[in-house]
Design a protein around this ligand. Structure first.
Ligand SMILES: [Zn+2]
Length: 490
């Protein structure tokens, strides 16, 4: 059994054990954190009737930045998107590649066992992966009704742990129902509300709220009160419904644009969005969109799917304490692909369990504002991104602007300047895996001799490409494709 708080706690602990390099300066810089947690369930030898559950962080990422179109590299040696969720997933791919290498060479892997087809592997019984994020993912999931003031940006969350008999997982009681009621009220009352002025951190894509006049400050404001579902006394309808949190991510070309009306009418919901960059637009989809894609295609990517009998799905997405709304998470991460059918064998729509923890990341924007002191300088997002994953060699990778942190300008573009989780390096790890795979154990899709470039190997993953095609046709027809010339390195 595990709880959302327990998962948050081990992720925060993992972060605190990392060296200082790349971490935000307390009280001045903030960052976002995401992680992948491996859960292994096994029978306890002493008490066979009781399951023993081990939880282990296998990949962790921090970061808030995304580079613009013009900084992208045709050599695959730059990290385009350094949002924490994306860094955590890329570190996870590095970890999975290492686990596959172990399995292939006959060392023990704690993750994989042989599959039914030649050269294919599957997860061991009892092994699953959870995704933790310290904040609501940018993009669609971040467009949520505002229910509180900035000093207290989150609804208090009570994570009453109990076990769902059918899947042995802890679930949160009542939260979904409470939020639904609240959403319904907001829907009814929204148009009549007064609004707060918002400031958007365009560059980061994170919604943030600057309150100018709270309804309480206005003596003429009608006190149309409703029962507070969280038991903290009675709050006015205005307080519950005045505005929405916004996202800095922009609708993709061809999608309905945001109406930019005051209050709840500011955004269009349910559309694909690209991350904002500094000046130069980016080609990176918002984290909400990328995570929705994992719900259908898994999180292993095209390359590793050559070796896998089934895609790897996160069984839960746990969010830390922050502005959060369960219906918005469902809308963004799962509902947009629920109707997708005709996926090839090994792929299925697998919506993760969505939970929120009551624990907040110590370096969140809100916590940084709380601990900021005069003379510390302006609060800003931390420019570095940290990746750590459970691999034996050089598990830590600190980057800035898509390259290794601290490399000189002269070294840019050399192998020394590359992040271990950039496309080129993950491809190199994949080719190393291929090199140690005996011919008799090669998956069918890799028996062709004409594969050369990164794009060739990705496209040869036929099932994955078929699943992606169905997802594009049925759910995400406006998804911008990566320019081909950026994928031709080898
Ligand atoms: Zn993001």
């Amino acid at each position: 059994m595990w709880s959302a708080d327990e998962i948050a706690r081990i992720c925060f602990e993992c972060f605190s054990e990392l060296p200082k390099r790349g971490k935000p300066e307390p009280g001045r810089e903030w960052t976002l954190l995401a992680a992948v947690v491996k859960v292994s369930e096994s029978q306890s030898p002493d008490q066979p009737e009781r399951n023993r559950i081990e939880k282990e962080v296998v990949s962790l990422g921090t970061g808030t930045k995304c580079i613009g179109k013009s900084a992208m590299s045709p050599h695959g040696d730059v990290l385009n998107d350094s949002h924490a969720e994306v860094i955590a997933r890329r570190g996870f791919v590095r970890y999975l590649t290492e686990q596959l290498r172990r399995a292939v060479v006959g060392e023990s892997s704690s993750v994989f066992r042989p599959g039914d087809e030649r050269g294919k592997w599957r997860l061991k019984d009892g092994v699953s992966f959870l995704f933790f994020t310290s904040h609501t993912p940018c993009g669609d999931a971040s467009i949520i009704p505002m229910t509180d003031s900035q000093s207290q940006p989150c609804l208090p969350v009570r994570t009453e742990e109990h076990t769902d008999e059918t899947n042995n997982r802890p679930v949160e009681k009542h939260r979904g129902r409470t939020l639904k009621r609240q959403m319904e009220r907001e829907g009814e009352e929204g148009a009549a509300c007064k609004h707060l002025r918002l400031a958007i951190e365009e560059e980061e894509g994170q919604a943030s709220l600057v309150s100018e006049t709270l309804p309480e400050d206005n003596p003429t404001s009608p006190k149309n009160e409703v029962a507070d579902p969280d038991g903290r006394g009675r709050r006015s309808v205005e307080e519950l419904t005045r505005d929405i949190h916004r996202t800095g991510a922009k609708c993709v070309p061809g999608a309905p644009t945001d109406p930019h009306l005051a209050g709840p009418g500011y955004h269009t919901v349910g559309v694909l969005r690209v991350k904002p960059g500094r000046g130069d637009p980016t080609l990176s989809l918002s984290c909400s969109d990328k995570m929705a894609r994992w719900t259908a295609l898994g999180c292993q990517g095209a390359l590793l799917s050559h070796y896998l009998q089934e895609a790897i799905y996160f069984s839960a997405v746990i969010t830390g304490k922050c502005p959060y709304n369960l219906p918005a998470m469902q809308r963004a991460l799962t509902n947009r692909c629920l109707q997708v059918t005709e996926l090839p064998a090994g792929f299925t729509i697998r919506p993760p369990l969505l939970l929120q923890s009551s624990l907040e990341f110590a370096h969140s924007h809100a916590q940084t504002e709380c601990s900021h002191q005069d003379g510390q300088g302006r609060i800003s997002p931390c420019g570095a991104a940290i990746s750590w994953c459970a691999v034996p060699n050089q598990p830590l990778d600190v980057t800035a602007n898509g390259y290794k942190h601290g490399v000189t300008k002269k070294a840019l573009g050399t192998e020394k300047s590359r992040s271990f989780i950039c496309k080129a390096e993950l491809f190199r790890c994949f080719l190393d895996l291929l090199a140690v795979t005996a011919d008799s154990q090669l998956p069918q899709s890799l028996r062709r001799k004409d594969l050369k470039t990164y794009l060739d190997y990705k496209q040869a993953a036929e099932s994955y490409q078929q699943a992606w095609k169905q997802l594009l046709i049925q759910a995400f027809s406006l998804w911008p494709r990566s320019p081909r010339h950026l994928l031709l390195f080898h």
